[in-house]
Write a protein that binds this ligand. Structure first.
Ligand code: ATP
Length: 321
């Protein structure tokens, strides 16, 4: 039996369209060139990390993308719209979560969200349902009718996230969204951003917590001194922690084969009792596992000490400013 396969089934699926396109964007504050010719694309259906040292221009860029700051030069498209010349269309598609969310202290959490829903012209009945759903999503249902002033910093952050999602934006911009969140809320945030991306949203998120970004981001954009930069390719040789059923057997074997190792510093995810050694990427790790098992030293875990985002970040030449 044979099947006729139409060409379109053989063609690779089309790449998701970019939700954010930035070309040559510059913005100065007096003599400080906060953005100096930024280029970037962030795609729908993906979480893109915005990474850079203090003062590199991340917040300035997010403000430009949110339509809150006009660039001096260059072009921006948010879901195809220019935030400067097509402000209402761009803002209708943009969710913006600043690093610190100011609330009106006399309003309750629910009223804050309903106010924003009204600003987006969401009909009242739909708005009430949407707000209830969002309060549950960010685990603030029990605080819904309390004044926003009593919310903790982390709870305010979660309210800020709900606010950014009120109008079901196509593009979500988040500036340090995890700051102030407890570990469970950070996991919830990560899962929520993944779900939004899976539903087709373009998510651009800045954070200094690179291990966290590493877990949630599909792509990364590095900026340094207001410019998009390509980090120096990370050397494949990096420090890994290695742990075996018997630490003594592991160190005896490593020493007998002339490997260079040092006692773990307790920073590995599985705690103290491991060793640190230089490993040449995944291939080197596979060889290490093979040789250890062949020598009768069963390994129980191994992994790079720093994630690839962190390593790439550390190759950026710029110092914080
Ligand atoms: N309103 C402003 N007036 C003057 N200078 C500003 C203003 N906003 C930002 N800058 C300067 O622009 C540069 C970029 O700042 P920005 O806040 O965008 O950096 P960032 O990457 O978000 O930093 P951080 O990681 O510390 O939050 C900095 O040198 C900052 O001092």
């Amino acid at each position: 039996m044979s099947f006729a396969v139409a060409d379109e089934f053989l063609a690779p699926p089309p790449a998701a369209p970019p939700g954010i396109v930035v070309r040559g964007v510059s913005r100065a504050f007096g003599s400080v060139r906060a953005l100096d010719g930024i280029d970037l694309e962030a795609r729908a259906g993906r979480v893109t990390a915005l990474v850079g040292p203090n003062g590199s221009g991340k917040t300035t860029l997010l403000l430009v993308l949110a339509g809150l700051l006009v660039p001096d030069a260059g072009s921006v498209r948010i879901a195809g719209h220019d935030p400067v010349t097509e402000g209402p269309a761009a803002r209708a598609r943009t969710g913006w979560m600043p690093d610190a969310f100011g609330t009106w202290d006399s309003l309750t959490a629910r009223q804050v969200l309903l106010t924003f829903a009204a600003a987006y012209r969401i009909p009242p009945v739909t708005a009430r349902l949407r707000v209830d759903e969002l309060l549950a999503t960010v685990h603030l249902t029990e605080f819904a009718d309390r004044p926003a002033s009593v919310l903790s910093r982390g709870q305010k952050q979660r309210l800020g996230l709900a606010r950014a999602l009120v109008h079901q934006p196509d593009v979500l911009l988040l500036d340090e969204p995890a700051s102030g969140l407890d570990p469970r809320s950070r996991v919830d945030l990560r899962l929520l951003l993944r779900r939004l991306a899976d539903d087709g949203c373009t998510v651009l998120v800045s954070s200094h917590v690179l291990a966290e970004l590493e877990e949630m981001a599909d792509d990364a954009v590095f900026i340094s001194r207001g410019r998009t930069v390509v980090p120096t390719p990370v050397t494949t040789q990096s420090t890994w922690h290695v742990r075996a059923l018997s630490l003594g057997a592991l160190t005896t074997w490593l020493t007998s084969v002339g490997a260079t190792w040092q006692p773990g510093d307790g920073s590995s995810p599985d705690g103290p009792g491991s060793v640190l050694m230089e490993v040449s990427g995944e291939a080197g790790a596979a060889a290490l596992v093979r040789d250890a098992v062949a020598a009768g030293v069963p390994l129980t875990s191994l992994g790079p000490v720093t994630g690839s985002l962190e390593q790439a970040y550390l190759t950026l030449e710029e110092e914080r400013r």
